[in-house]
Design a protein around this ligand. Structure first.
Ligand SMILES: NC(=O)c1ccc[n+]([C@@H]2O[C@H](COP(=O)([O-])OP(=O)(O)OC[C@H]3O[C@@H](n4cnc5c(N)ncnc54)[C@H](OP(=O)(O)O)[C@@H]3O)[C@@H](O)[C@H]2O)c1
Length: 235
């Protein structure tokens, strides 16, 4: 049986990835940190799906030991913070930035995977617009991780969706949702005018659309070593 380890399992995308992995009959480890908001609710939902909840601390050696024991075929890195969450964290005296979460925790997971001796496919949820030399902190964190993943020697697949947005997101991100709707409307016009490829690359995806693309790609040999945009993720 295939085994998947999902970091960021409690997020908008992660929850759908766990559901779809289970629907496919994959043994699924949903990683949930002890201080995760709505932990009890998330754990109950994962257990109802037949997923195993993994509470390994965010420590490279502990994660490496866990991955060595599991020997997963796939590790999915679906982690990320937002500026709003960063501000909330700083009120608790914690530092949560694109550098510490989006890059830092994903790098820790990559280090643990390398140290585990297992050679799973490392599926990294990045973002559209990533490029070297960008001044944007969000994109720069992803560019760095993408480069280091390429250099790591692990089999990988990188996903670069545009907006991940839908009416079903529990956490209200009104600005992001409004931007996604406006951008989709503009892209629909562009597609009618002939720019179908551009529109398909930049159109927003719901968590379900993105998760089905991620799960399909994770087990598709042809997706190994590839960077997939929204159009490729839709299949
Ligand atoms: N939203 C978009 O339009 C968009 C577009 C392209 C790419 N992306 C990227 O796709 C990824 C997933 O997006 P999403 O919308 O599904 O994210 P999300 O719903 O915000 O979920 C983020 C995940 O990261 C975890 N996380 C955040 N801070 C953490 C911390 N300090 N320690 C441990 N875990 C932490 C969360 O765990 P807890 O539940 O425990 O906090 C959650 O599982 C992110 O990297 C995001 O930047 C997003």
């Amino acid at each position: 049986m295939e085994t998947a380890f999902v970091a960021g399992a409690t997020g908008y995308t992660g929850r759908e990835v766990v559901r779809l992995l289970r629907a496919r009959g994959v043994r699924t480890l949903a990683h949930v940190r002890p201080d995760s908001p709505r932990r009890a609710e998330r754990v109950a939902r994962f257990e109802a799906l037949g997923a195993e909840v993994d509470a390994t601390p965010w420590d490279t050696a502990a994660l490496a030991a866990r991955l060595r024991a599991l020997s997963p075929s796939v590790v999915l890195a679906l982690l990320g913070t937002t500026r709003a969450r960063g501000r909330e964290a700083s009120r608790r005296g914690a530092v949560e930035t694109y550098e510490t979460v989006d890059y830092g925790l994903t790098r820790r997971l990559l280090d643990a995977t390398l140290a585990s001796g297992a050679r799973p496919r490392f599926v990294y949820l990045s973002a559209a617009g990533v490029r070297e030399g960008t001044a944007n902190a969000y994109l720069a964190a992803r560019a760095r991780l993408e480069r280091e993943l390429h250099e790591s020697g692990l089999p990988f697949t990188i996903a670069r969706p545009s907006f991940v947005s839908g009416p079903d997101r529990e956490e209200p991100r009104r600005l992001e949702r409004a931007a996604a709707i406006a951008s989709d409307a503009a892209l629909a016009v562009a597609a009618r005018l002939g720019a179908r490829g551009t529109a398909a690359r930049w159109r927003s995806m719901t968590a379900t659309e993105l998760a089905s693309g991620l799960v399909r790609a994770a087990f598709d040999r042809a997706a190994e070593g590839r960077v997939l945009d929204a159009a490729a993720l839709r299949g």
